[in-house]
Each structure stands twice: as structure tokens, then as C-alpha cells.
Write a protein that binds this ligand. Sequence first.
Ligand code: HEC
Ligand code: HEC
Ligand code: HEC
Ligand code: HEC
Ligand code: HEC
Length: 398
Amino acid sequence: MNREEIRIQVGSWIAILMLMGIYHSCAPPIEPLADNWEKAVPYQKTPMGLISIKAKDCGICHQEIYKEWQLSTHAHAWTDLQFQAELKKESSPYLCINCHIPLENQQEFLIKGLRGGDIYQPVKEANPNFDPELQLEGISCSTCHVRDGHIIGTNGFTTAPHPVRVDTAILNEQLCMGCHNASAVVTPELVCTFQTGDEWMEGPYFGEKNCISCHMDTITRPLMAGLQDRTSHRHWFPGSGIPKRRGLESKALQGMAFYPDTLASRYDQGDSIRYQLKLVNEFAGHRLPTGDPERFYLINLRWENAASEEVVKNDTFRIGEEWVWYPEAKKVADNNMDPQESRLFITMISPAEKGDYNLYTRVTKHRMDPKTAAYNNLGNEYPLFITVFDEMQTIQIQ
Ligand code: HEC
Ligand code: HEC
Ligand code: HEC
Ligand code: HEC
Ligand code: HEC
């Protein structure tokens, strides 16, 4: 390189640096946070009379409710293996945490705005009130019950050692919908879609039963051991019951009802044998599956020759959504079942050989397919499905 070349080289570096400087001075402005998901629930101070707003401290007095909540998926909304795996990906914006650890007290950083309005460029500042223990609790008591130094309740005549404000405008199904009814295109290949709320509003239960009446059973019990009975609600928040970790106990609701045919015990050689399983979404107030679009049901109808264990026929049906994620997230198919909808699943055989035949009917509910689980490195700890119906019938061909 001669002197002239060096001069040009240096000159162009200066030009580049100047350009960068100029670029810097007109860097996109910091825009304030806009809609709901961009913001955390503002900092909540501990109501008078309490030592903290952590669930474990509410649980000192509200022991039963605390134990119920511990079994709920809400209590694992932060520690969930899949959530943690997804959060580490660059494609996941900061705002993912706002429904999983919604209180500012649970978040390590305060978000002061977005550079150029870009959700991948949050302007962060250390949060002096960050409580790491409260973070681990995910969707905790305080998410739903603590506002402005008060405990939000629905009774109001109780003798609580903490200030109580009755506010049914907070503790109602809108609270659930705030997180369970979201439809946002974050980036072209990342969309957030949970329509459980819309499905419920469009369905037959609207005005009759809601998220709380179906998911929080009413019981009569004291709110603290030794006190008088009150109207209370279970805090398990049961869903489909696919545990979040192997061995973890979880409460479940059953939305599907199953109506299998009963086969005759004997048929003649050459008969055409028809079997049907009827599924009815009888008990869920929304479609099934609902929520996360990765969920699905498999209905497997399998005939085996009882003596040889040879599979004679194997029919599998799927209920769920199908998406393509690249280059743009798009739903390509959806046969989820509406509330009260019924559907038939049919299999037919006509065995040529005499002997006994077993029909296995098995319905499984899946959180995700094995490919997605492997992609997220979820390993063996993460149960992928549960069996919700399992039956065997034997027939004889004579
Ligand atoms: C020192 C014991 C104690 C602690 C700690 C405590 N509570 Fe309470 N709480 C009570 C008692 C006692 C009542 C009233 C029971 C009654 O009169 O039947 C009550 C009532 C309530 C009610 C019902 C209010 C209403 O009128 O509907 C809610 C909701 C509640 N507590 C939530 C919480 C939450 C959330 C926490 C933790 C942030 C918490 N409590 C911590 C003792 C406690
Ligand atoms: C702050 C946001 C938020 C609020 C408010 C909220 N949820 Fe959730 N809920 C979640 C998240 C996030 C999960 C999933 C956690 C996970 O899978 O790790 C969840 C899970 C559930 C599940 C279990 C689903 C399963 O697969 O087991 C049910 C049922 C449920 N919520 C019902 C409710 C009801 C009823 C209410 C209102 C009383 C409510 N939720 C309020 C965010 C919320
Ligand atoms: C996802 C929101 C949510 C979470 C999390 C939650 N609760 Fe509740 N809780 C409610 C709702 C909704 C009601 C009122 C139901 C009604 O009256 O219709 C309620 C009612 C109560 C009551 C009044 C008595 C009763 O059972 O109705 C107490 C006490 C209470 N919760 C304590 C707690 C404690 C303690 C925790 C944490 C261990 C907790 N809650 C977690 C939503 C929640
Ligand atoms: C009529 C009763 C009813 C109503 C109303 C209802 N649910 Fe459900 N929900 C169920 C049943 C039953 C299931 C269990 C489905 C199954 O078999 O897996 C369920 C499952 C769920 C699940 C787990 C979804 C899955 O596929 O694993 C979530 C999340 C949920 N409900 C949230 C809500 C929310 C939020 C509302 C209010 C907008 C609501 N539910 C209203 C009965 C109801
Ligand atoms: C609008 C509130 C909201 C936001 C924002 C949100 N989630 Fe969730 N997330 C939920 C709810 C509600 C559920 C439970 C859905 C259900 O069970 O039907 C959930 C469940 C999950 C689950 C468990 C899925 C399963 O099958 O059990 C994972 C993982 C997850 N979210 C990751 C993320 C990631 C990553 C982001 C950011 C891209 C994010 N969430 C942003 C509300 C939210």
C-alpha cells in the first residue's frame, strides 16, 4: 500500500466514522411504550400489615389457597422449561415476560421506551425494586390481588389484617382475558394468538358461565384456618392437565365427552364391521384445543389380530391447528372443535380370517409435537401428551 492509498484508506475511515457519528446523532428517538403488552403492571408496594406480596407470605395465612395455587400452571409461568427456552432466543422480544411475570416488581429491568418504536430495542434501566423471589412465582397472588396498597377482594365484610378493596371490575373474567385473549403480530414470523376469550364470547356459555365459574370452583371454607366459613374459590386453575414437568401433580378438567360404539361379540367371516367413536366438546366454554396453537388431539383406532398381534388396520385422526412459521406466520388449517360440537371418527374392517380381533381406541391430548420439543431441547423432563380415553374391545370372526 503506498502513501496515497493509505491516505485514501484513512480518509474513507474518517468518512465512515463521520457517517456513524451522523447516524448516531439522528438515531431513532425513544418512543414511549404503547399498548398493554409493552408495559408491565406498575410497581406495587406491600399493603400495610403484610411483610411482602410474595405468595409464600400470603400462604402463611391462606394456606389452602396457597397450596392450590402452587399446583397451578400459573405458578410455573416463569420457570416453565419451554418458556425459558423460548425466552433465550433472539426472536423473542422483551415483552414476552409481561404476561408471564407481569408485575414490575418481578422484572429485573425497567423499560423506559423503545428506540424507534422497535420492540427489539427496549431502553433498559436496572430496577431498584426487583424481587427475584417474586419473579420465580410467575403469575402470583399479587398479579391478581394487589393494587395501590390494597388487597383486591370480592367479599368485603371480612376481618382481614390487611386493607381490602372490593373491586369486581378487577376480579372478573376480563382479568383472565387480558392474558388469554391476545392476537398480536409481533414480527412477521412471530405472532401471539390466544383466542380463548373470543371463542367463549361467541359460544353458548356466554352470559351463563365464565372463565372463573368453570376454572375456579366455588366452595365454602374458612379463608384462614380457625376462622368462620366464607364463600371461596379453588385456585388450581385446572386446564387440560398435561403436566409441565414429569412427576409434577396437576389438576385437570375434562372438556371432551366420549361416546364409543359397543361392538357385537361375534361376526361372520366377510362381514363389514363398522365402529364409530363420537367426540363431543361438552364441557369446555371455548374451542378444544384452545390457546396455544401447538396443541392437538390424536384419535387412534387400531385393529389387531389377537393371536398374531398383527395390526390389521390403523386409523389416526388429528384435531388441531396447522401453521407455517416462515417466512411469515400463517394458519393453514384449523379443525378445533367448537363448544358443544360433536364429531364422528369411523373405522371399518372386513377380516378374511377367522379368529379374535382387538380394537384399541385411544385419544391423546398433546402439548406439542416431538419435533418442536426437540427444537427447544426440552428433553425427557417435559411430558408431551396425556391419554384422555383408552379402551379395548374384542370381537370374534366365525
Ligand atoms: C396475617 C395473615 C394474612 C396474610 C399474611 C394475608 N392475609 Fe389475606 N386475609 C386474612 C384474613 C384473616 C382475611 C379475612 C378472613 C375472613 O374474615 O374470613 C383475609 C382476606 C383476604 C381476601 C378476601 C378479601 C375480601 O373481602 O374478599 C383476599 C383476596 C386476601 N386476603 C388475599 C391475600 C393476599 C393476596 C395476601 C398476600 C399478598 C394475603 N391475603 C395475606 C389474613 C391474611
Ligand atoms: C397475567 C396473565 C394471566 C392472567 C391474568 C391469567 N392467566 Fe391463565 N395463564 C397465563 C399463562 C402465561 C399461562 C401458561 C403458563 C405456562 O404454560 O407456563 C396460563 C395458564 C392457564 C391455564 C392452564 C392451561 C394449561 O395448559 O394447563 C388455565 C386454565 C388458566 N390459565 C386460566 C386462567 C383464568 C381462569 C384466569 C382468570 C381468573 C387466568 N388464567 C388469568 C396467564 C394469565
Ligand atoms: C389468576 C388470578 C388469581 C391468582 C393468581 C390468585 N387469585 Fe385469588 N382470586 C382470584 C379471583 C378471580 C377471585 C374471586 C373469585 C370470585 O369471587 O368470583 C379470588 C379470590 C380469592 C380470595 C377470596 C376468597 C375466595 O376464595 O374467593 C382469597 C382469600 C384469595 N383469592 C387469595 C389468593 C392467594 C393467597 C393467592 C396466591 C396463593 C391467589 N389468591 C392467587 C384470582 C386469583
Ligand atoms: C363452560 C365451562 C368453561 C368456560 C366458560 C371456560 N372454560 Fe376453559 N376449560 C374448560 C374445560 C372443561 C377445559 C378442559 C379442556 C380439556 O379437556 O383439555 C378448559 C381448558 C382451558 C384451558 C387449557 C386449554 C388446553 O387446550 O389445554 C385454558 C387456558 C382455559 N380453559 C382458559 C379459559 C378462559 C381464559 C376462559 C374464559 C375466557 C375459559 N377457559 C372459559 C371449561 C371452561
Ligand atoms: C398477552 C399475554 C402473553 C404474552 C405477551 C406472551 N404470552 Fe406466553 N402465554 C400466555 C398465555 C395466556 C399462555 C397460556 C395459553 C394456554 O394455556 O392456552 C401462554 C403460554 C406460553 C407457553 C406455554 C405453552 C404451552 O403449550 O404450555 C410458552 C412457552 C409461552 N407462552 C412463551 C411465550 C413467549 C416466548 C412469548 C413472547 C414471544 C410470550 N409467551 C408472550 C400469554 C402471553
